[in-house]
Design a binder for this molecule. Structure first.
Ligand code: GLP
Length: 233
C-alpha cells in the first residue's frame, strides 16, 4: 500500500485528480470506477477544473459507479446518479453511453445486479476511485460483507444512515470482489472522522468486519489522506 499524506482535503483531492488524469492520458479509453460522498466533491471539482483548462478529455473514458440507493433514480436529488450528473458528468465531455450505473428504480433488482456484474466482468476497471465509510465500508459493502461478494442489494448500517443525508435503508452496490478486481485503486479519505477506519485499513487484521482491510492484499493501492485522516497511523 502506498500512502500519501497531504495538508488538507483539497490538496488530497487535487493529488488524486492529477493521478487520475495521468492514467487517462496514458490510456484515453480508461475504464474508471467512481465513488460518491462528501469527500469526492473536491475530487470532482479538480477534475472539472483540469478539463476546463483542456488538460484532459473524458470522451473515450468509460465510467462505472460503485453504488446507488434502492428506489432512487436520476431525477431524485438524493440519488447518486443525480450527484454524479451535477458534480461531474454534465461538466465534462464523457459520452452518455459510456456512463454505467446501477438502476435504483429497477423492478427486478436481482437481474439488475447480475447484469451489472456481467458488464463489470467485461470491463475490468483500470482505476477504481474509493472513499471510505467511518465503519470501513467501501462502496456500500458494510461490515460483514463477504470478501467474495458481487453486486447486490444490501441493508445499510446505522452509522452509514446517520452520515448520509437522504439515505435509504437499502442500496445496490458493487461487491468487494468487483472492487478488488480493479487493476489500480486510489482511496481518498479526509477528516478526523475517518482516522479509525484508516488505521484499521492499514494496520488492522484483514477481516470482513472491516471491509476496507481487504485492500492490504491488493497489489496496487494508493491511499491519499489528509493529516487528520492519517492521524492514527
Ligand atoms: C457512501 C458511499 C461510499 C463513500 C462513503 C463516504 O457511503 N457509498 O462510496 O465512500 O459514503 O462518504 P463521505 O465522503 O461522505 O464520508
Amino acid at each position: 500500500m502506498k500512502i500519501i499524506i497531504l495538508k488538507n482535503g483539497k490538496e488530497a483531492c487535487e493529488k488524486a485528480a492529477l493521478l487520475t488524469i495521468k492514467e487517462i492520458k496514458k490510456k484515453p479509453n480508461l475504464v474508471l470506477g467512481l465513488a460518491t460522498g462528501k469527500t469526492m466533491i473536491s475530487f470532482y471539482n479538480s477534475l472539472v477544473k483540469h478539463f476546463n483548462k483542456k488538460e484532459v478529455s473524458f470522451f473515450k473514458v468509460k465510467s462505472f459507479n460503485l453504488d446507488e440507493y434502492d428506489g432512487l433514480g436520476k431525477d431524485d436529488k438524493n440519488s447518486f446518479r443525480h450527484y454524479m450528473d451535477k458534480k461531474l458528468f454534465e461538466k465534462i465531455d464523457i459520452r452518455e453511453e459510456n456512463i454505467f450505473f446501477l438502476d435504483g428504480k429497477s423492478k427486478n433488482v436481482n437481474k439488475t445486479c447480475k447484469e451489472y456484474d456481467k458488464l463489470l466482468n467485461k470491463n475490468r476497471r483500470d482505476l477504481q476511485i474509493l472513499g471510505i465509510g467511518r465503519n470501513g465500508h467501501i462502496g456500500f459493502n458494510e461490515p460483514g460483507s463477504n470478501f467474495k461478494s458481487k453486486t447486490r442489494k444490501i441493508r445499510l448500517g446505522r452509522s452509514t444512515l446517520k452520515d448520509n443525508r437522504g439515505a435509504k435503508k437499502f442500496a445496490l452496490t458493487m461487491g468487494i470482489k468487483d472492487i478488488i478486481d480493479a487493476k489500480k485503486i486510489i482511496l481518498i479519505a479526509t477528516g478526523r472522522g475517518k482516522a479509525d477506519a484508516i488505521m484499521n485499513t492499514v494496520k488492522g487484521k484483514i477481516n470482513e468486519n472491516v471491509p476496507s482491510s481487504i485492500l492490504q492484499k491488493h497489489k496496487n493501492v494508493i491511499l491519499i489522506l489528509d493529516k487528520s485522516a492519517a492521524s492514527k497511523l
